[in-house]
Design a protein around this ligand. Structure first.
Ligand code: HEC
Ligand code: HEC
Ligand code: HEC
Ligand code: HEC
Length: 156
C-alpha cells in the first residue's frame, strides 16, 4: 500500500476513535474574551456605567505576536512558554482569587484586577515607549483607565 495513504488511513482511524469515545482534552478559547469575572457593580469602571471589557485574545497572539507565556504562567508564576492552543489552561481567576478590593489586599497581586492591570499595562507601556513616546502613555497600547473602561452612553 502507498505509504501516504496508509498514514492517512491510520490518522483517520484515530480521529474516528476519538470522535466515537468523545475523548476531549484542553480548553477552548474564543478569539475575543468577554472579561466579566467580577460581577459586583458598586465600584467605578464597572457595569452598568461602563462597558464590560472585551479582550482581543487571538489578535494579541497572532497580530501582535505575543507568546502564551507572556500572560499565562504556572502556580509559581513561571511563564508557560510551551503552551499551545488546545492545551489545558487555568483561568487567571483560579489563582488570583480576590475579587473585592479591601484596605488589606489593595496592593496584592492576588486581587484579580491588580493581576490584570499589571499584566496588560506593563507591556502596553513598554510598547508605547518603543513606539516613540518616552512616558509610554500615548501609543498603540492602551494605558489610561478610560481607554479600556469605556463609558456606556447615556449613563452618568
Ligand atoms: C496578551 C496576553 C495573552 C496571550 C499572549 C495569550 N493569552 Fe490566553 N488568555 C489571556 C487572558 C487574559 C485570558 C482570559 C482570562 C482567563 O480566562 O482567565 C486568556 C484565556 C485563555 C484560555 C481560556 C481559558 C478558559 O478556561 O476560559 C485559553 C485556553 C488560553 N487563553 C490559551 C492561550 C494560548 C494557548 C496562548 C498562546 C497560543 C495564549 N492563550 C496567549 C491572556 C493571554
Ligand atoms: C496556577 C495559578 C496562577 C494562574 C492560573 C495565574 N497566575 Fe498570575 N501569578 C500566580 C502566582 C503564584 C504569582 C506570584 C509569583 C511570584 O510571587 O513571583 C503570580 C503573579 C502574577 C503577576 C505578577 C508579575 C509576575 O509575572 O510575576 C501578574 C501580572 C499575573 N500573575 C497575572 C496573571 C494573569 C493575567 C493570569 C491569566 C492570564 C494569571 N496571572 C494566571 C499564579 C497564577
Ligand atoms: C506582552 C505584551 C502585551 C500584553 C501582556 C497585553 N497586551 Fe494589549 N496590546 C499589546 C500591543 C503590542 C498592542 C498594540 C498593537 C498595535 O496596535 O500595534 C496592544 C493593544 C491592545 C488593545 C487595543 C487594540 C485591541 O486589540 O483591542 C487593547 C484594548 C489591549 N491591548 C488590551 C489588553 C488587555 C486587557 C491585556 C491584559 C489582559 C493586554 N492587552 C495584555 C501588547 C500586550
Ligand atoms: C489595558 C486595559 C485596562 C486599563 C488601561 C485599565 N483597566 Fe481596569 N481592568 C481591565 C481588565 C481586563 C479588568 C478585569 C475585568 C474582569 O475580569 O472583570 C479590569 C478590572 C478593573 C476593576 C475591577 C472591576 C471589575 O469589573 O473587574 C476596576 C475597579 C478597574 N479595572 C479600574 C481601573 C482603573 C482605575 C484604571 C486606570 C488607573 C484601569 N482600570 C485601567 C483592563 C484595564
Amino acid at each position: 500500500m502507498n505509504k501516504k495513504l496508509l498514514t492517512w488511513l491510520l490518522t483517520a482511524g484515530i480521529a474516528v476513535i476519538f470522535a466515537a469515545t468523545g475523548l476531549q482534552a484542553g480548553t477552548e478559547v474564543s478569539d475575543e474574551i468577554t472579561m466579566d469575572y467580577n460581577k459586583y457593580t458598586i465600584r467605578k469602571y464597572t457595569p452598568p456605567k461602563y462597558k464590560v471589557f472585551v479582550f482581543t485574545h487571538k489578535k494579541h497572539n497572532i497580530d501582535y505576536k505575543i507568546s502564551c507565556g507572556e500572560c499565562h504562567h504556572d502556580k509559581d508564576g513561571n511563564p508557560l512558554e510551551d503552551l499551545k492552543l488546545g492545551d489545558n489552561v487555568q483561568q487567571c481567576v483560579e489563582c488570583h482569587t480576590d475579587l473585592k478590593k479591601t484596605k488589606q489586599n489593595r496592593k496584592s497581586i492576588l486581587l484579580l484586577e491588580n493581576a490584570m492591570h499589571e499584566n496588560c499595562k506593563v507591556c502596553h507601556k513598554k510598547t508605547n515607549i518603543e513606539a516613540g513616546d518616552p512616558k509610554g502613555r500615548k501609543g498603540p497600547g492602551p494605558v489610561s483607565c478610560t481607554s479600556c473602561h469605556v463609558k456606556v452612553e447615556g449613563q452618568k
